[in-house]
Design a protein around this ligand. Structure first.
Ligand code: FMN
Length: 166
């Protein structure tokens, strides 16, 4: 496979940024939209089989922990971007299985990762991302209760600032 190279600084007019995420119940989607709006980035929602209801919840947890890779659809070509920001909900201290399908076999030059969660396990997911996709420009974990406060806004601003500086 041809190795990707970082564009030279002189070629680097305006950084093209893509926010890619999967979201079952909307939290990761909302945060992804906020990031895209701050960074003036394009956005791409990963679509997959449904995980509704209690059976969907069980299926989601099982697939994530077993590192399954369900079929997915998405509408943007990641190769057209300089920076890919990948967002996932925490499913049993693992990334959502549709996100795993997305990253499989793909090379990332300047990735960044964020994770939405009830309250624990996200660090393991960030480590997993780093192993699979490389060292990030920035990472962020937001806990569901923080979505009701300004804490999540501060975290998002800090995360975006790190990406802008790189
Ligand atoms: C199958 C499943 C497993 C989950 N496991 C965890 C977990 O291990 N730790 C945690 O903090 N939150 C866990 N959560 C909660 C979600 O990560 C959290 O509510 C997140 O904000 C949902 O994002 P979404 O609305 O984008 O789908 C789990 C949710 C689901 C559906």
């Amino acid at each position: 496979m041809k190795k990707k190279t970082k564009p030279k600084k002189s070629e680097n007019k305006k950084k093209r940024i893509l926010v890619v995420f999967y979201s079952r119940s909307g939290n990761t989607k909302n945060v992804g939209n906020e990031i895209a709006s701050i960074l003036n980035a394009d956005i791409c929602e990963i679509e997959s089989q449904h995980y509704n209801g209690i059976l969907g919840y069980i299926k989601a947890g099982y697939q994530a922990v077993k590192k399954k890779k369900p079929l997915i659809r998405f509408s943007k070509n990641p190769d057209n971007y300089d920076t890919i920001i990948i967002g996932t909900p925490n499913w049993g201290s693992a990334m959502a299985s549709p996100v795993r399908t997305f990253i499989e076999g793909r090379e990332f030059i300047s990735p960044a990762y964020f994770c939405l969660q009830g309250g624990s396990g996200g660090e393991k997911i960030l480590k997993d991302f780093e192993q699979l996709c490389g060292k990030p420009l920035a990472t962020m974990i937001i806990n569901d209760p923080e979505l009701k406060t300004d804490i999540h806004k501060n975290k998002i601003n800090e995360f975006c600032e790190k990406i802008k500086q790189n």
